[in-house]
Ligand binder design. Structure first.
Ligand SMILES: [Zn+2]
Length: 116
């Protein structure tokens, strides 16, 4: 049930953007979601439909794009993408270091909106 607060926040941002731009109706919202995030597309849409039903975003479709996981090596500062099927034993491709920090992979962004 991590989706509900996320969707509340996405809806709030979308509606305030819509209000500022005299939008009649929000048709679709393009989201970028990190591959490590446990947000599920189906639940995101379900919560969205529920929360948006009396707003200009009612019926809008969430178009969700998964973003790669990026880590940064604490030893040599190299940033690199990680295959999520392989998250155990991650080593830096440059120095083989194991002190790697997650930079992105869990976050979400509103990329764009389709409006009328
Ligand atoms: Zn390194």
């Amino acid at each position: 049930m991590h989706e509900l607060p996320v969707i509340e926040s996405i809806l709030k941002v979308s509606l305030s953007h819509g209000a500022k731009n005299n939008v009649q109706k929000i048709m679709a919202i393009h989201l970028q979601v990190g591959e490590l995030s446990d947000l599920e597309d189906e639940w995101m849409q379900r919560y969205f439909d529920h929360l948006s039903k009396d707003s200009i975003a009612a019926g809008a479709v969430l178009k969700i794009e998964r973003m790669p996981v990026v880590m940064n090596c604490e030893d040599c500062r190299e940033s690199f993408q990680v295959d999520i099927k392989n998250v155990k034993d991650i080593v830096c491709p440059l120095c083989q270091g194991k002190n790697n920090k997650l930079i992105s992979g869990r976050e979400y962004f509103i990329k764009s909106m389709e409006v009328l």
